[in-house]
Design a protein around this ligand. Structure first.
Ligand code: GLA
Ligand code: ZN
Length: 670
């Protein structure tokens, strides 16, 4: 849908021409053409230049640069520049500046340094967005809108405190209801007037999880309102043009699942640490794709070479930028874009990689790699656009659940929700089995297998949703520490796992968090599929009773030796499994692959370790991505009739895939 005007994979970068003398611009155009850049994202941080004073806008320079882009066949992902307000705005309207968790009122500076409740921030940011939309609505370069940049600024000021009280009134209806929902008789927390409620802060309430959760929800909403102010202003003027704001995959302060309905297309910034497992990078892509039910997303930013903000910022090795770009496409990106076009001369990002380095010409390794990839992507035309993945496995991921687990005092500091999700994902990624990462409320009918690692918080409706899924024939795997609390982090009184108890056919009486490095044996009662023998588990072990479920494995040691560690409950047409500890990767792999075998879920292609395979499907045709992350040449066996879209070569039988190389194969069944 975003590609009407420019039906090919968008290829480009954040472009900050205003940081350079105008003489550079013509050279930028020459270099962009050379690099096959077709989209520039601008102006991302130019509010101070666009609006030098309260009553004055300066668009002439932007007119000129957009004109140049138009002359050179480069489109604009037009940014609204509202992530960093001009100093005059902060000084003239002190409500614009936020207050930190430490209770200190911030001074002007940096970026994303504004209070999301500030009426003046909201008014001036929407006004700028509207001015930009009015001025450029018919501009030939306009292909998309990019609102602000990487939102995520929680604030604790008086305005936010007041906003919080209003928000609480709407959510809870009455103080009595709020006192009840937050269990406020605990530690004398009962409130008698709304005015008594203050935001949680380092200098005040720090540990009351129901309040922390509600405050996150409120801030999420307040920040979303800032976005929506701009969104509505722009939508009214250019209803046909897609609007986005750039996400950061697992970013805790914002519940992106709650934002996604208000983005026309999801976009995100991908800066994997060099030592990050590639499955974690893949997980990020899945998660972004899952936000809008599998709709392709935009890779808005990645570095062509290095970042500047890690403790150490190694270069991407030759071929790795291309490989990671295709990995994004392989998982559903329809754009490949960078931060940034030209390396900044000064300021905190002068050490950040860019397509054009300080030396200013095209004779660099990085430019050449970018140029080659640009030519290659251009040659793909619209072939891949809007193609979809068809996963039969879903992994449930939930922001509020993440918050709640992290806010809970106990049972163990070693609980790591994101880490566990990524390990479950990794087990299937390694086998090249496609997985969608979706919210617990998502449509599940199309999946054969649903994974719910640590579904600690069960919001209203979720348990019934999962029951329906299983009853109708689905397989569901739930892990330890699930079904403990409701949306206010209040513990279930039905016996753990609360609303999931009947579905799973178990009652968890106690859980035993292990000491660091401590493990327990997990023993299969008899071999089941790929599962056999003994495994280890750490972090936490549940002591549970069977209430209809069957134990497939038991704990090997401790006073609960012999008690169930893995259970299966037949439920309706399907089955619900429970894994009662943080089992080691080998067991996760054997368990998840056994469940896949039962359902005939198999990868599109068998490949050696270190090679990733995904498939995108369009009009019944499969495009099978084969990505060699191993750092070494790999030998693969391909069936008859494969052709690599990138090289145009027919490939079959035994074929070699070079280190960091990629194929996009046609000819494999979709
Ligand atoms: C983020 C921002 C960019 C830039 C890059 C640097 O993704 O959106 O403006 O600061 O980080 O890695
Ligand atoms: Zn505030």
């Amino acid at each position: 849908m975003i590609h009407d005007k420019l039906p090919q994979i968008w290829y480009g970068a954040d472009y900050n021409p205003d940081q350079w003398p105008e003489e550079t611009w013509a050279e930028d155009m020459r270099l962009m053409r050379l690099a096959h850049v077709n989209v520039a994202t601008l102006p991302v941080f130019s509010w101070a230049l666009l609006q030098p004073a309260e009553d004055r806008y300066e668009f002439a320079w932007l007119d000129r640069i957009l004109g140049l882009l138009a002359d050179n066949g480069v489109y604009a992902c037009l940014a609204t520049s509202t992530a960093a307000q001009p100093a005059w705005l902060s000084l003239r309207f002190p409500d614009v500046l936020p207050t930190g968790w430490d209770g200190l009122k911030r001074r002007h500076g940096g970026r994303v340094n504004f209070c999301p409740s500030s009426p003046n921030y909201r008014r001036y940011s929407s006004a700028l967005a509207e001015e930009l939309a009015l001025r450029y609505q018919d501009h030939p370069t306009l292909v998309a809108w990019h609102i602000a940049n990487e939102y995520g600024n929680h604030c604790y000021c008086e305005l936010c405190a007041e906003g919080f009280r209003q928000w609480l009134k709407e959510r809870h209806g009455s103080l009595d209801a709020l006192n009840e929902a937050w269990n406020n008789n605990f530690w004398s927390h009962r409130f008698y007037a709304w005015q008594e409620i203050e935001p949680p802060m380092a200098i005040g309430e720090r540990g009351n999880s129901p309040m922390l959760l509600d405050y996150d929800r409120f801030q999420n909403q307040a920040i979303l309102e800032c976005y929506l102010g701009e969104y509505r202003a722009i939508k009214a003027i250019t209803p046909e043009v897609a609007i986005t704001t750039n996400f950061m995959s697992q970013f805790k302060p914002l519940n992106y699942a709650a934002w996604a309905p208000y983005l026309d297309v999801v976009s995100f910034d991908s800066y994997p640490r060099p030592d990050l497992p590639m499955s974690d990078v893949a997980f990020n892509h899945e998660q972004m794709r899952g936000l809008k039910d599998g709709q392709p997303f935009m890779l808005m930013e990645q570095t062509p070479s290095q970042t500047n903000w890690m403790p150490r910022n190694p270069l991407k090795r030759p071929g790795v930028m291309r490989l990671q770009s295709y990995q994004a496409v392989a998982h559903g990106a329809d754009t490949v874009m960078f931060f940034q076009w030209r390396r900044a001369r000064g300021g905190p990002e002068k050490m950040h990689g860019a397509i054009v380095d300080h030396v200013g010409h095209e004779h660099t390794r990085v430019f050449q790699e970018v140029q080659e990839l640009g030519a290659e992507l251009e040659s793909l035309g619209d072939t891949l656009l809007d193609s979809r993945q068809e996963a039969r496995v879903a992994l449930l991921f939930d922001w509020e659940n993440w918050w709640a687990i992290d806010y809970s005092s106990g049972p163990s500091a070693d609980l790591n929700y994101i880490g566990l999700c990524k390990r479950y994902y990794h087990a299937l990624w390694q086998a090249n089995i496609a997985v969608d990462v979706v919210r617990p409320e998502a449509h599940l009918e199309g999946y054969d297998l649903v994974l719910a690692p640590m579904l600690y918080m069960v919001r209203p409706g979720v348990a019934d949703h999962l029951k329906t899924y299983v009853r109708q024939g689905g397989s569901l795997l739930v892990s330890f520490l699930s079904g403990l609390v409701d949306e206010n982090d209040m513990a279930t009184l039905e016996g753990y796992p609360g609303e999931l108890r009947e579905l799973l056919g178990i009652w968890v009486e106690e859980f035993d968090p292990l000491l660091k490095e401590e493990t327990r044996g997990v023993v299969m009662r008899e071999p089941w599929g790929r599962l056999q023998g003994d495994y280890r588990a750490g972090v936490l072990c549940d002591l549970l009773h069977l209430e209809g479920a069957v134990a497939r494995a038991t704990f090997g040691e401790s006073f609960y030796a012999g008690r169930p560690a893995l259970t299966v409950n037949e439920y309706g047409q399907g089955k619900a499994l429970y894994v009662a500890a943080d089992v080691e990767d080998a067991m996760l792999r054997d368990l998840l692959l056994t469940l896949c075998d039962e359902r005939d879920i198999a990868p599109a292609l068998e490949v050696p370790d270190g090679v990733e395979v995904t498939q995108r499907i369009k009009e019944g045709r499969g495009y099978t991505f084969v990505l060699n992350h191993s750092g070494e040449e790999q030998t693969l066996r391909l069936p008859k009739g494969c052709r690599d879209l990138l090289s145009g070569q027919a490939l079959e039988g035994e074929v070699r895939l070079a280190a960091h190389d990629v194929w996009i194969l046609e000819g494999l069944p979709a």
